[in-house]
Design a protein around this ligand. Structure first.
Ligand code: 15L
Length: 268
């Protein structure tokens, strides 16, 4: 039996770094693509140093691949030009390369910031229409639309995950993290569900742990086979003394992104 080969773009980024060891499996090769240098830890890893905006590099990166997990791109607010180039054109380049190489399944990383201007007071369905809070959020809405297009036109299975906040712990995020956290282990469970669900078609799902203070619906992710084992609430005591969002940031899903200046790199 030949190995399953999964291409991960943006594998040296925050989510990529957390997923890399967790998505290792016997019989699976991870092809790890990033602009940053990386080193293969063993024969089950293949390294590609390239940008998702490079069509030729993406074409060869997609050769012999069974599925793509596309995490590459700017992961927060940036200039319009950089966001357009790397996030929107980059995702188009990835999808087009995957299509031409015959890759049947692509998993795209969207974000809560695609719907950042939705109110926090509901169990928000995963397919809520976009209400972006930043240029970054606009790019994530565009990525979702591109995924839908590639499914409808070409029959590719495309699963788009609106990720809450995927970090080792919710502690750096402050109290908002108690709502938005996707634990790395749950993240891996979610990606495994996305890789193995039979013929999913086009899906838009939330990427979040089963947090006590969760405001995103898990119904759609669970329908794909995801089961969260983690809950950010175990960090609640440690975060009790930290200031939470106030004003607009407290009212809307995007939190601090909703008031940060547009087009300015934001380390939040
Ligand atoms: C995101 O989309 C970012 O990529 C991540 O760095 C976090 O800031 C997260 O949203 C969040 O909302 O906490």
């Amino acid at each position: 039996m030949t190995d399953q080969r999964v291409l991960i773009t943006g594998s040296a980024g925050v989510v990529g770094t957390l997923m890399r060891p967790r998505l290792k499996r016997d019989g699976r090769v991870l092809r790890l693509l990033d602009v940053a240098p990386q080193t293969a830890s063993d024969a089950s890893e293949e390294i590609v140093t390239a940008s998702v905006t490079d069509a030729a590099a993406m074409a060869s990166a997609c050769e012999g691949v069974d599925a793509v997990i596309h995490l590459g791109g700017h992961s927060r607010e940036n200039s319009w030009e950089a966001t357009l180039d790397v996030n929107i054109n980059g995702t188009h380049t990835v999808l087009e390369a995957a299509r031409l190489a015959g890759v049947q399944r692509v998993i795209l990383a969207s974000s809560n910031h695609a719907v950042g201007f939705r109110r926090v007071d509901s169990d928000l369905p995963a397919d809520s229409s976009p209400r972006p809070d930043t240029y970054y959020g606009v790019s994530k809405a565009a990525i979702e639309a591109l995924g839908s297009l590639y499914h409808s036109r070409f029959g590719m299975d495309v699963i788009v995950i609106r990720i809450g906040s995927c970090f080792e712990t919710p502690l750096p995020l402050g109290p908002r993290g108690l709502t938005t956290w996707l634990s790395p282990d749950d993240g891996a469970r979610l990606f495994e569900a996305c890789l193995s669900a039979p013929s999913p078609g086009y899906r838009l799902i939330w990427g979040v742990s089963d947090n006590t203070r969760r405001i995103y619906s898990l119904e759609e992710a669970e329908a794909l086979g995801y089961k969260s084992h983690d809950n950010a609430e175990v960090y609640a005591e440690q975060l009790a003394s930290k200031p939470g969002p106030t004003g607009i940031a407290a009212e809307y899903v995007g939190g601090p992104f909703c008031t940060a200046p547009l087009g300015v790199f934001n380390p939040l």
